[in-house]
Design a protein around this ligand. Structure first.
Ligand code: PLP
Length: 436
């Protein structure tokens, strides 16, 4: 593993040097389902976790392993697990700790798909997710009881863009044995949640990590710093015999490997049983994306700030949603937790309301109208009628989605071209509004 602490270097080098048999520098795509065992003892050692190695691509794969090491290194974590989507990562991150009858306390400021997962699918599985407003970190303490297994939040929530109080909430949870799980999808490189006390990081690598809008993927990263064994009653999933793995007590079973009970259990039980591995080909594409992650983030940040500065001057716009426009505690959190800029997302509300927002999107020529963020290309969407449409109007407002909200994910094109497209679309939306 490369020794550097700098994301520019880690993104190119961590987890891989060259292929030992061919010398290939690019990570090979090991497009295989299974791996030949040396002999029967080797096979049984692998299955018994006495030896680590490749068994079957549903559980692990050498191409994917490089991605897992690279992202763990970028985050300053101990190990990670790649999955087929960000949704699978969010679901596994919770299911790894919480069973039917347990609960999780989550920030209200979430991506719509995560809200649905928590409010409906998790509830159907017997796991209650208690939503609280992160403006008051103590709300997490008040919602906690003996069956609370984790706290959950997004660093730079999509689309509310109000940075989460990571340290404040992590410090409430640690003494209680409640880990903070942070979805860092919108803020890679800009924020390392482990530096602020988070225990687990979740990614949709579909977004900035992959960066080219060509593959869906997700990751869970284990910090290796959460003391699960000190909270045996609070965290039974890691501290009591697991009948699905010869009665393994995970905090004990992984001791020879390192402080990675959480992530090993996710791989050996949830991934084994529920599936959802990332394909080796998609792992390769994610690795390609990550090579330029730090550079792209710089440009995303710079372009988004320039777009924000442009939008605030336009008379048709009632409100611009971007950390640079926030004041007081929200701004302090943005400055504390985001280093190197405020990210690549910006939202706004047109004074003329929802219909004008629709006309604006229909008038765009350069920006794509798609349900994604974090692409190298600039993107736009109206969350209330798309990504957050399955939420009730009250739930939408809690996640920061008002009727007229338009979300932009600003890409790495030349800023003049981005601004020219926004400008002509605003003109078109405004003109037609006046004519209507
Ligand atoms: N987390 C955040 C913040 C997201 O924006 C998304 C998708 O938009 C997800 C998780 C889900 O990721 P995926 O689409 O890769 O399943």
């Amino acid at each position: 593993m490369v020794a550097s602490r700098h994301p520019e270097t880690i993104s190119l080098h961590a987890g891989w040097r060259a292929d030992p048999s061919t010398g290939a520098v690019a990570v090979p795509i090991y497009q295989t389902t299974s791996f030949q065992f040396r002999d029967t003892e080797h096979a049984s050692n692998l299955f018994a976790l006495k030896e680590l190695g490749n068994i079957y691509t549903r559980i692990g794969n050498p191409t994917t392993d490089v991605l897992e090491q690279r992202v763990a290194a970028l985050e300053g974590g101990a190990a990670s697990l790649a999955l087929a989507s960000g949704q699978a990562a969010s679901a596994f991150a919770i299911q790894n700790l919480a069973r039917a009858g347990d609960n999780v306390v989550s920030s209200t400021d979430l991506y719509g798909g995560t809200w649905n997962l928590f409010a409906n699918t998790m509830r159907d599985q017997g796991i209650e997710v208690r939503f609280v407003d992160p403006a008051d970190p103590q709300a997490f303490a008040r919602a906690t009881d003996q069956r609370t297994r984790a706290y959950y939040a997004e660093t730079l929530p999509n689309p509310k863009l109000t940075v989460f109080p990571i340290r404040e909430v992590a410090e409430i949870g640690r003494p209680l044995g409640v880990p903070l799980i942070v979805d860092n999808t919108a803020a890679p490189v800009l924020c390392r949640p482990f530096d602020h006390g988070a225990a687990v990081v979740v990614y949709s690598s579909t977004k900035y990590l992959g960066g080219h809008g060509n593959s869906i993927g997700g990751l869970i990263v284990d910090s290796g710093t959460f003391d699960w064994a000190a909270h045996a009653k609070r965290q039974p999933a890691l501290n009591t015999p697991d009948p699905s793995y010869h009665g393994a007590v995970w905090v004990e079973a992984v001791k020879p490997i390192g402080p990675v009970a959480y992530i090993i259990k996710a791989r050996t039980t949830l991934l084994r049983d529920l599936g959802a591995p990332l394909s080796p080909f998609n792992a390769f594409l994610m690795l390609q994306g990550i090579e330029t992650l730090a550079l792209r983030m710089e440009r995303h940040v710079r372009n988004t700030q320039a777009v924000t500065d442009f939008l605030v001057k336009r008379p048709e716009i009632a409100r611009v949603i971007h950390p640079s426009q926030q004041k007081g505690e929200s701004r302090r959190r943005a400055d504390t937790y985001l280093k190197g800029g405020y990210g690549g997302l910006v939202g706004f509300e047109l004074a003329a309301g929802r219909d004008a927002g629709r006309r604006f999107i229909d008038s765009l020529k350069l920006l794509y109208h798609v349900a994604n963020i974090g692409d190298a290309r600039s993107l736009a969407i109206h969350p209330a009628s798309t990504t957050h449409s399955q939420l009730t109007p009250e739930e939408q407002l809690k996640t920061g989605v008002s009727d007229g909200y338009v979300r932009l994910s600003i890409g790495i094109e030349h800023i003049d071209d981005i601004v020219a497209d926004l400008s002509q679309a605003l003109d078109a939306a405004g003109t037609r509004a006046a004519a209507a």
